[in-house]
Design a protein around this ligand. Sequence first.
Ligand code: KIV
Length: 267
Amino acid sequence: MTKRKTILDIGQMKAQKEKIAVLTAYDYPFARLMDQAGIDIILVGDSLGSVVSGYDNTLPVTMDEMIYHTRAVVRGSEQALIVTDMPFMSYQSDLRDARINAGRLIKEGGAQAVKLEGGEHVAETIRAIVDIDIPVVGHIGLTPQSVHRMGGFKVQGRQEAQARKILADAKAVEEAGAFAMVLEGIPRGLAREVTEAVNIPTIGIGAGPDCDGQVLVIHDILGLCDKYSPKFVKRFADISETIAGGIADYIREVRAREFPTSDHSFE
Ligand code: KIV
């Protein structure tokens, strides 16, 4: 039986200067493929609201949806560490709610850790969850659940005051007990500064090459989402065309009575 990676393995990767490869997955087949390829962490991201459910942002995603998708990802994987996002309003209102919802993602979903967005203002929440032995990943910089405050999905930390605030957020997240943090949508130099200032691994997305690891949304790297492609995304394959071609061939063969044949029939 393969042993799943733990938060200790991820911490050691920073110490040994090994890059941490992270991808999102939301279902069994994708989890299986990336797990077999050796991905370090699978993030069941609330980005599923956009890439799976077709919403404009992550705000409508519910706890029950996160649990459902986490279960599928856990069943599809054997060796990766599984981290699940706490959706909008599952941890913002009070500490009791935050603990109960983090617990549900572990107990009902099967995740090993949870991720939540925010810096200094969520430090107490991170501490409350870590105190009941649930590992937490922080997420600072461009935090998609704050889309309305930010006035869109905009790079954060370009002005000096904002950059100082992001550095303070990173320290608060570490001090609160998170074992890693996502740095999203911040200038490369600031991401380097944060990475050097904290002892826990930083996982970048739109934060340049100097973080301890990298995360991207699986639909973005495979060309499955043609709505909008941010600058930080690299397309490693284009499977939309392959899928569209297969579907078009199926429709044509059914209409032309070429499929099914006796090869596909029972006597
Ligand atoms: O929801 C998500 O997929 C994320 C990552 C892209 C960091 O939070």
